[in-house]
Design a protein around this ligand. Structure first.
Ligand SMILES: Nc1ncnc2c1ncn2[C@@H]1O[C@H](COP(=O)(O)OP(=O)(O)OP(=O)(O)O)[C@@H](O)[C@H]1O
Length: 235
C-alpha cells in the first residue's frame, strides 16, 4: 500500500503553486505535510484527491493513477478539506447518514457504520445536535467522521487542527493517531508543534518546492532543533 508522487506541479496563471514535487509514502505512516501559508500544501493535496488537475507530473495511490482512476480512488481515499466545509443545519447523525448514502452503503450497513464512526471519533454525546451548534473541535470530529466513513486506506487531512484551541488540538491529534494502523495518513499543517507530536515523517514545502523529506528525528537533530530546521529550510 503506497502513495507515489512524481514531479507533480500546479500552475495557476502565472503562479507556480506546486513545483515538481515528488515523494513516496507507505502503510502505517503518519506524514506531516508542513509549510508556511501559501506554500502549496492544499494544492498538492487537492491534486491527490482529484479535486484539481495537475499541470504536469503524475501520482499513483494504491497503485492507481490519479489521472485515470479518480472514481475508483474516491472509494479508497478519505479527505478532510481545509476549513472543513459542513452543513450547519444538519444533525450529526443525519449528516453521517447522508455521507453513507453518497458512498452507496445500503440502509442496514449505513446504520451500523454510523454507530462505529460515532464511537471512533467520540461523537456519542453530540450525535443528536445540529452541526452548527457544535464547538469547533466537535465540528472537526464530524469532518473526520465523514472522511473515514468508508474506511479508506489513505486519509488526507488538510489542516485538521486549524482554528482549534490547544486542548481540542491535542484531542484531534490523539484521534488521528488512533486511526493510523493500516492506513497512510497525510496531513498538512503550518504548525511545527502539530507534526512534532504525531508524525513519523515530515515533508516540508516552501514556495511550491519540496525542501525536505525526512524523519521527525532527523529534523529534530538539525542544529538548533525543529524550529531552526523549519526556519532555515523555508527562508
Ligand atoms: N485557485 C487558485 N487560483 C490562483 N492561485 C491559487 C489558487 N489556489 C491557490 N493559489 C495560490 O497558490 C499558492 C499555493 O496555495 P495553497 O493554498 O496550495 O497553499 P497552502 O500551503 O495550502 O497555504 P495555506 O496554509 O495558507 O492554506 C498560493 O500562492 C495561492 O495564492
Amino acid at each position: 500500500m503506497s502513495i507515489e508522487v512524481v514531479s507533480l506541479s500546479k500552475i495557476y496563471g502565472n503562479q507556480i503553486a506546486v513545483n515538481s514535487v515528488s515523494f513516496q509514502a507507505s502503510e502505517g505512516q503518519i506524514i506531516g505535510f508542513l509549510g508556511p501559508n501559501g506554500a502549496g500544501k492544499s494544492s498538492t493535496l487537492k491534486m491527490l484527491v482529484g479535486l484539481i488537475k495537475p499541470s504536469s507530473g503524475h501520482a499513483k495511490i494504491l497503485g492507481l493513477s490519479i489521472a485515470e482512476h479518480s472514481l475508483e480512488l474516491a472509494s479508497k481515499i478519505g479527505y478532510l478539506a481545509e476549513n472543513n466545509p459542513l452543513y450547519p443545519d444538519m444533525y450529526v447523525q443525519e449528516f453521517l447518514d447522508f455521507i453513507g448514502k453518497i458512498h452507496g452503503f445500503p440502509a442496514d450497513k449505513r446504520k451500523k457504520r454510523i454507530e462505529e464512526v460515532i464511537e471512533l471519533v467520540g461523537l456519542r454525546q453530540e450525535r443528536k445536535k445540529k452541526i452548527g451548534e457544535l464547538s469547533k473541535g466537535y465540528q472537526q470530529r464530524v469532518g473526520i467522521a465523514q472522511s473515514i466513513f468508508h474506511d479508506p486506506s489513505v486519509l488526507i487531512l488538510d489542516e485538521p487542527t486549524s482554528g482549534l484551541d490547544p486542548n481540542q488540538m491535542a484531542e484531534i491529534r490523539t484521534l488521528i493517531q488512533s486511526l493510523s494502523p493500516g492506513k497512510i495518513i497525510l496531513f498538512s499543517s503550518h504548525l511545527l508543534t502539530e507534526v512534532e507530536s504525531i508524525c513519523h515523517r515530515i515533508l516540508l514545502i516552501s514556495q511550491g518546492n519540496l525542501v525536505a523529506d525526512c524523519t521527525l528525528s532527523e529534523a529534530k537533530n538539525y542544529p538548533g532543533g525543529l524550529a531552526a530546521f523549519f526556519k532555515d529550510k523555508t527562508a
